[in-house]
Write a protein that binds this ligand. Structure first.
Ligand code: ADP
Length: 321
């Protein structure tokens, strides 16, 4: 039986359109205790991408922003994704992609994933929805391999599906969409550089059993909290005893921000992706804004330029507009 995702896409025939515009959301991966396995989509920031089918098996990339990202398809995550789709189509088609990027590359809010996922979803639409949900995710993961050296899906899956995603396994791919609560998300991006490779390298290779048990409890608690809309359980479970104590060293002001945001009423939060962005979840916009004020105060005092977003969990994922 075809997957619901492909039934939906199959309703668009190839002759219906040869160009499409999509909105591709930012994402928070490594959701606190859910390192490498839980991610969430945001309503802001997002990228806009315009894709067009070409008759030749080539990829043309046009960047409409100031980030100076590569236009060679092999060096741009969107290009790599589209090249892998062209290969699967036996070189019978090609794509032009115009990228309006608003998610700053290297921010830790899934900038590369937005380009990769947006390209994969838009290309699939243009081809009449011939690929299943998991195939689209697999194509998009080729882009993450270029950006970070590893094929991971904790940004890609929520970017495509919206809401919170559990990546139960990569080999074989096993993605579970988790109903997400109506929470507010505050994100601060301090303008410092944290290299993904450094953030990975400093991690310990082994964990203590007592820490692993605590982490399992938190992951189960967080997922159950999302399913039951139990905000107190979510707050108690937003604790990471394995990754955060090591990685937070790379983010100035992290402990102070976390403590003061919780004092301001936030449920809790942590490092977004591999940093440097930090996010917090709140039950109301008022608390989310108070959290933003705290974040700004800390970084302004430390003399670190910063961008903030007060937004909500995006439930749609990549969207045709
Ligand atoms: P983020 O967590 O914000 O996605 P990453 O460090 O994972 O940041 O990815 C950004 C890296 O990917 C940068 O080195 C950037 O040059 C590279 N890159 C290549 N193409 C793109 C693209 N289309 N969008 C974003 N980053 C890209």
């Amino acid at each position: 039986m075809p997957h619901a995702f492909s039934i939906y896409f199959n309703s668009i025939t190839r002759s219906d359109l040869n160009k499409i515009t999509v909105k591709s959301p930012g994402t928070v991966a490594n959701l606190v205790c859910g390192f490498d396995i839980l991610g969430m989509a945001l309503n802001e920031p997002y990228d806009i991408m315009h894709l067009k089918l070409l008759n030749e098996p080539i990829v043309v990339i046009i960047n409409k922003d100031d980030f100076n990202l590569p236009t060679e398809p092999e060096k741009n995550v969107a290009g790599v994704v589209l090249l892998s789709i062209i290969e699967r189509m036996n070189h019978k088609t090609g794509f032009e992609v115009v990228i309006e990027k608003h998610i700053k590359p290297g921010s830790g809010i899934g900038s590369s994933a937005a380009s990769a996922a947006g390209a994969a979803v838009a290309a699939n639409h243009l081809l009449g929805g011939i690929f299943s949900r998991d195939e689209v995710v697999q194509f998009a993961m080729n882009g993450e391999k270029l950006a970070s050296g590893v094929k991971h899906a904790d940004n890609i899956a929520p970017c495509i599906l919206g809401g919170v995603s559990l990546i139960r396994s990569i080999h074989p791919l096993d993605i579970v969409a988790i109903p997400s609560p109506d929470l507010f998300v505050t994100v601060v991006h301090p303008q410092i550089e944290v290299r993904t490779s450094d953030a990975r390298q400093i991690l310990k290779k082994q964990v203590l059993l007592k820490d692993a048990i605590r982490q399992w409890g938190n992951i189960a608690g967080l997922v159950t909290g999302f399913l039951k809309n139990d905000y107190e359980l979510i707050g108690r479970s937003l604790e990471d005893v394995i990754i955060e104590p090591v990685r937070s060293i790379l983010i100035p002001g992290f402990d102070e921000i976390k403590r003061k945001c919780k004092d301001a009423g936030a449920l809790g939060g942590g490092i977004s992706g591999s940093g440097p962005s930090v996010f917090m979840l709140s039950v109301s916009e008022t608390i989310a804004k108070a959290t933003e004020t705290v974040m700004k105060e800390v970084y302004d005092r430390l003399g670190i330029e910063n961008n903030t977003y007060v937004t909500t969990i995006n439930k749609k994922g990549v969207e045709i507009i």
